[in-house]
Design a protein around this ligand. Structure first.
Ligand SMILES: O=P(O)(O)OC[C@H]1O[C@](O)(COP(=O)(O)O)[C@@H](O)[C@@H]1O
Ligand SMILES: [Mg+2]
Ligand SMILES: [Mg+2]
Length: 334
């Protein structure tokens, strides 16, 4: 089988078909391994830590090596991975630079909850790092694979979001939807609320007002979700709406949040905008910003546009308003 026989290619730009095909081939293999769970050799075993100091699990390393190998010879010149300190050259004459989070949500490997792979593609520059430390608006493609009850590829080439589902009957990724848009009006927010005491006042005020529900200034009830897999949260929001926040907070090392710009936030932001939503680093549009190091972190807020703008508006409230208890927060009372 050639790489491109793993996915229906009609909507994929010709030059990128080998790259997307290779991602789907490895995604397919990983989905089988992940589905076997404990029948496999300890996928969730801790091996040590990666360049960024995060714990590295066996599956993080397996996925990284498999993607690097499969992408060699597909037109990828520069390969940047969460699991590697520096950029690796795969194909000196390749046209593309690909950044990858080979396994996202690795705390969920052992508990049978959705995990995934996130990727971002640029036209390569001569400089390895220069190919990634640039305006995120210059991405030419972005997407993720999610390994859940269904294995799905969500991808954009800058003209809307395409959804492909892996058919377990023949292992082929088949087009399930195109021009996907984030539904408006879902009353769901996703944030790791255990960090409440570390957040800034505007983030606390925003969440306080959601929690106050019908009795608060928002005058409606909300639901909260936290899967701890960015791919799973993104998939839910692309499918039924809502908002995701991983803000900066005052824990040491979290001054810029937790998530990484190059291979997590930039590709998710491109997908979200292509689906009609918004993505910011709290207030400022994320696309258009650039990372200054390969593993740099950034706060991330994304989801349906109206909700993301509201988070930004809380940052503009005067001090007495963000400090006030929700009952007294006058400006947001309808
Ligand atoms: O454990 P926390 O602080 O809630 O962080 C959860 C976040 O960390 C991540 O798992 C980080 O990704 P990795 O598993 O690739 O390191 C995200 O998927 C998720 O949104
Ligand atoms: Mg991740
Ligand atoms: Mg990861």
């Amino acid at each position: 089988m050639t790489e491109t026989s793993y996915i229906e290619t009609e909507h994929i730009p010709v030059a990128l078909r080998p790259v997307i095909g290779a991602l789907c081939r490895i995604g397919s293999e990983l989905s089988v391994q992940i589905a076997r769970g404990p029948l496999e050799e300890r996928l969730g075993a801790e091996l040590g830590s990666n360049a960024d100091g995060d714990t590295q699990k066996a599956l993080d390393v397996i996925a990284d090596k498999a993607f690097a190998r499969a992408l060699t010879g597909t037109g990828v010149r520069h390969y940047a991975s969460e699991e590697r300190e520096t950029v690796q050259e795969l194909d000196p004459s390749g046209r593309y630079a690909l950044a990858i989070d080979p396994l996202d949500g690795s705390s969920n490997i052992d508990v049978n909850v959705s995990i995934g792979t996130i990727f971002s593609i640029f036209e390569a520059k001569d400089g390895a790092e220069d190919s990634f430390l640039r305006d995120t608006d210059e991405q030419i493609a972005a997407g993720y694979l999610i390994y859940g009850p269904q294995t799905t590829l969500m991808v954009t080439f800058g003209d809307g979001v395409l959804q492909y589902v892996r058919d377990p009957l023949d292992g082929m990724f088949k087009l399930a939807a195109e021009r996907l848009t984030i539904p408006a009006g879902a009353n769901e927010f996703a944030i790791n609320a255990s960090n409440y005491r570390h957040w800034s006042k505007p983030i606390r005020a925003y969440i306080d007002d959601c929690l106050a529900g019908k009795e608060g200034p928002r005058d409606k009830n909300f639901n909260m979700r936290w899967v701890a897999s960015l791919v799973a949260e993104t998939h839910r929001i692309l499918t039924r709406g809502g908002i995701f926040l991983y803000p900066s907070d005052n824990r040491p090392g979290y001054e810029h949040g937790r998530l990484r710009m190059v291979y997590e936030c930039a590709p998710i932001a491109m997908l979200v905008e292509q689906a009609g939503g918004q993505a910011t680093s709290g207030c400022d549009r994320l696309l258009g910003q650039r990372a200054d190091t390969l593993h740099a972190r950034t706060p991330l807020v994304f989801g349906s546009g109206e909700k993301v703008s509201r988070v930004c508006a809380y940052h503009d409230l005067p001090e007495e308003e963000v400090s006030a208890l929700f009952g007294n927060r006058g400006l947001f009372r309808a």
